[in-house]
Design a protein around this ligand. Sequence first.
Ligand code: TMP
Length: 209
Amino acid sequence: MPIAGKFITFEGGEGAGKSTQLTRLAERLRAAGETVLSLREPGGTPFGEKMRDVLKQPGSAIQPAAEALLFASCRAQLVADVIAPALAAGKVVLCDRFIDSTVAYQSGGRGLDRALIESANRLACGSVLPDLTVLLDLDPTRGLGRASVRDQGQADRFEVLGAEFHRKVRELYHSLAKEEPGRFFVVDAARPAEAVEQEVWHEIARRFR
Ligand code: TMP
């Protein structure tokens, strides 16, 4: 499968199973002989991991615009230091969240101007954009329930925002997927992880083979 140098992102609401699916796809790709780099946002650089703690801590009082710019600055660092060099070296890069998270959460959820968020994304990424974005679609009430079990009730700064915020996030994800059907692959994440894994693998093979 000629997939070297491809950039694949996973998106979705809380508890949709992104990290599980990313790990499973990475294993399958490695078994197929690919060199895979798995990343997450915010994170993936020393700067990004520090900011991740700040951004996720329930006590952090961060204004929506400051929050959006922090996510964008983590992304700028990750793209320049890690993603662009890895793609240039022929690695497959998998990233748990990327540009669409900022559009969905900071514009859809927080209500910031979408065009401004997209400008910040362009500043952060330049021409480094995903070849494929897997959107794990799940009812937010169900996703928040799963996340709560996973985190043993220790909700982070976004999980505490409630179902209405997360419903708006989901709506914006749906709009993005409709606007860019060539980049997005939408999967029903309510199904068992094995079925989702199989569907994602099938799509990767269909697109890149
Ligand atoms: P997660 O990686 O465990 O899902 O946590 C990251 C949290 O940060 C999640 O609630 C979504 C949120 N987030 C944004 O609001 N905007 C962004 O641009 C990114 C990357 C994440």
